[in-house]
Design a protein around this ligand. Structure first.
Ligand SMILES: *Cc1c(COP(=O)(O)O)cnc(C)c1O
Length: 416
């Protein structure tokens, strides 16, 4: 975010108000929407300017000089400013994928030999990165713990621990990370708290609770149409700037660059993110309540029976709801698969597909899909049962139409 944005937004506590207070970016010809900056390289007006840019003295924050598209692109930069405003961060920048954002944010903090304490329930790709890729390729090791257990987190910390890592709402078990507690433990030990906020944009603002860095897979709710893979890193201006360092910046040197056309499209979907999140959550809440009343084993943080319901109410923003995901424990993998089959093929309720945050409902069995990178033992430790069906609740069709479909399918597979 540039200093002008920061002055206007830093006094605001609501993410939607901060987004509205951002300086509006008009198009080249005065269009209400910004233009797409489709150039990979940028001219300077005087030869002397170029070394200034290369020495980091004339970046986009200091006079609007751009260097090269992998370093900073103005259109991508605007989307980064929007995400920073949403997360209450000083700065943000976008990447070609969520995993690109996560790997670069972590490599921006960690050096060879450093250590991470991470939640034992993480997105499968992140888990594989920490459990297998980092130790093998960079000598960075991770201890996985039940992140809700303060004593376990503290016990796992070593003198090389530089990062405590958690997902705001864990995938797919939907545990809410106790962010104030984790920030406390991390900071007391000189580590940074890095939070993946993919599941709960707006509802949870990790930086309000002490997170140092927030990462996103924009592929999910933030974009909302399942047509782009994208990610973002938000943090202090110094940290985000360091990721662009020409000598050691992982965003600059590993190059998970976001395409400006993608940044433009996603940027136009940010203004209706609040409306979408509210409707995802409203429908999830009603379905979860009705499923629970019907005796189905359902997990949703908006239910009073959810172990983290009270914590969510305390650190979240209930006006944006309790998220758009719920899980059903169908008992066995076969029964979960039968339910998905019926919902998609007999009822047209949604799609059997991984990913989430789409306008239609997406359903997957986590143990055999997005968490399949995990070993059987790790799955068990994380509480990911074989019959666990994850649903990202969409908002197409009417709520009652969708409920009738769900109810009929549940009856056919004898879950109610
Ligand atoms: C999808 C996802 C990722 C990975 O994001 P990509 O955009 O697919 O690279 C990371 N974290 C969570 C919680 C996710 O759901």
């Amino acid at each position: 975010m540039n200093s002008q944005d920061q002055q206007k937004t830093s006094v605001l506590t609501d993410p939607v108000e901060r987004l509205a207070a951002l300086r509006h970016e008009f198009g080249e010809h005065g269009g209400v929407n910004m233009s797409i900056e489709a150039s990979t390289t940028f001219t300077v007006m005087e030869a002397g300017t170029m070394p200034e840019i290369f020495n980091g003295r004339l970046g986009p924050d200091a006079g609007g000089c751009f260097l090269y598209g992998r370093h900073f692109n103005p259109t991508v930069y605007v989307l980064g400013r929007q995400l920073a405003a949403m997360e209450g961060a000083e700065a943000g920048y976008c990447t070609g994928s969520g995993l690109g954002a996560i790997s670069c944010a972590l490599l921006g903090i960690l050096d060879q030999g450093d250590h991470v304490v991470a939640s034992d329930t993480l997105y499968g790709g992140t888990w594989a990165m920490l459990a297998e890729f980092f130790p093998k390729k960079c000598g960075i090791t991770t201890t996985f713990v039940d992140i809700r257990d303060r004593a376990a987190v503290e016990a796992a910390i070593t003198d090389r621990t530089k990062v405590v890592y958690a997902e705001s709402l864990s995938n797919p078990t939907l545990h809410l990370a106790d962010l104030p507690m984790l920030a406390d433990v991390a900071h007391a030990n000189g580590a940074k708290l890095v939070v993946d906020n993919t599941f709960t944009p707006l509802a949870i603002t990790p930086m309000e609770h002490g997170a140092d860095v927030v990462v996103h897979s924009l592929t999910k709710f933030v974009n909302g149409a399942s047509d782009f893979i994208a990610g973002a890193v938000c943090g202090s201006a110094e940290f985000v700037g360091s990721l662009m360092d020409l000598h050691v910046g992982p965003l600059m040197l590993l190059g998970p660059t976001m395409d400006p056309q993608v940044a433009h499209s996603i940027s136009l979907r940010i203004p209706h993110l609040p409306i979408r999140m509210i409707e995802h959550a409203r429908r999830s809440q009603i379905f979860a309540e009705r499923l629970e009343a019907a005796g189905v084993k359902v997990c949703y943080p908006g239910l009073a029976s959810h172990p983290d319901h009270e914590l969510f109410g305390r650190i979240g923003r209930p006006e944006y709801g309790y998220g758009g995901l719920l899980t059903i424990d169908a008992g066995t993998c076969e029964r979960a698969e039968a339910l998905m089959d019926d919902l998609q093929n007999a009822e047209g309720f949604g799609f059997m597909a991984v990913s989430l945050g789409y306008f239609d409902t997406l359903m997957s069995c986590s143990a055999s899909s997005t968490s399949s990178e995990m070993t059987e033992e790790a799955l068990e430790d994380a509480g990911i049962a074989p019959g666990l069906l994850r649903m990202s609740i969409g908002y197409t069709g009417s709520l009652e139409q969708r409920w009738s479909q769900l109810e009929r399918a549940l009856k056919r597979v004898n879950l109610i």
